[in-house]
Design a protein around this ligand. Structure first.
Ligand code: 2GW
Ligand code: MN
Length: 296
């Protein structure tokens, strides 16, 4: 059914996705209705993507927030695992947003990799900590990231890399299938269903997980600015979307289709049992510790 690979056009004019094998996985959806590839293990040659992106001098910024107790709980394991698995073939700049810069662990980084700390304010409501990431990311792209990196990936901190999360994931607008919903019917998607919220939607394409999204710096700036705007409009109207920034992101991605979709390999939960379509896991949710972390 997939007749078209839009693909990322490199400066050389050829599509970097020309070698994607959409037929190699008969058991999963490898292409969206609008022709974006859905990236599953076995469809791509990792070395091909690394070579093409190196040739094109691709560079990546990773943003992650570690505010309050989340810093000690998750940041070190997140960064150490990213050093082993995240875009290992490319230059990477980590942007750690925190209210406690002095507690950011001092980690030995590989060549071509660096880390910058951005101080942010600590909001008292956790929903605001999560939602206000959108504003902070947009600001950092404008003031710094766009000068150094072509691509930006935004992550929750409560997860660890356990396998390759590489340049096959790069694209103009990249969204992730939520591990809990990718095999479920639309009617179970937890979109915001309140018509008073800007995140309101009846139907959509997929349920995307806000724990990972990315793209070119231009697109991520647009995503984060737009989501921030709709979040603020909701605040003025005294409504809050069901899943906060995730609801607003889902709305955005319905109106602006992503050019690349990541399978749940790219953010899996070990609470989900065995799945025959999951051949590898690349990023895993860390154990939640609501008892100690979600005191508000
Ligand atoms: C969050 C909830 C309750 C108490 C504290 C926090 C908190 C979050 C915090 O104290 N400090 C902090 O840095 N954060 C950041 O926000 C951190 O990067 C974290 O990974 C992110 C999202 O919070 P998290 O991971 O606890 O929420 P999840 O895993 O339920 O996230 C999904 O839903 C969220 C909205 O409710 C976001 O959309 C998130 O992107 C989704 O993965
Ligand atoms: Mn999380």
């Amino acid at each position: 059914r997939c007749h078209l690979i839009p693909g990322e056009k490199l400066k050389l004019g050829i599509s970097i996705d020309a070698s994607l094998d959409l037929w190699s996985r008969g058991d999963v959806q490898t292409c969206t209705d609008w022709g974006a590839p859905v990236i599953w293990d076995g469809m791509f040659d990792p070395d091909h993507y690394d070579q093409e992106h190196r040739r094109n001098h691709s560079s990546v910024s990773l943003t992650v927030f570690a505010v309050g107790r989340y810093l000690d709980a998750y940041l070190e394991a997140f960064l150490l695992s990213a050093e082993r698995h995240f875009m290992v073939a490319l230059p990477v700049t980590y942007y750690v947003f925190t209210d406690v810069p002095q507690r950011v662990p001092n980690i030995q980084l590989g060549p071509g990799r660096s880390l910058k700390v951005v101080r942010v304010q600590r909001h008292s409501r956790w929903q605001d900590i999560s939602m206000m990431r959108m504003r902070a990311i947009a600001d950092a792209i404008e003031s710094q990231i766009r000068r150094y990196s072509r691509y930006v990936f935004c992550f929750d901190v409560d997860q660890v890399f356990v396998g390759r999360f590489g340049s096959e994931a790069l694209g103009d607008s990249v969204a992730l299938l939520h591990a809990y919903y990718y095999h479920r019917p639309q009617s179970l998607y937890t979109y915001d269903r309140n018509p008073r919220s800007r995140a309101y939607m009846e139907t959509g394409d997929f349920y995307y997980h806000a724990a990972v999204f990315g793209g070119s710096w231009q697109t991520v700036k647009n995503i984060t600015e737009t989501c921030y705007q709709t979040i603020m409009e909701d605040k003025e109207n005294q409504v809050e979307a069901l899943w906060h920034d995730e609801s607003h992101l889902n709305k955005y991605l319905w109106l602006h289709k992503p050019s690349r979709v990541l399978s749940p390999e790219y953010c899996w939960s070990s609470d989900i049992g065995y799945r025959s379509d999951m051949h590898v896991t690349r990023l895993l949710w860390a154990k939640k510790r609501y008892d100690t972390l979600r005191i508000t």
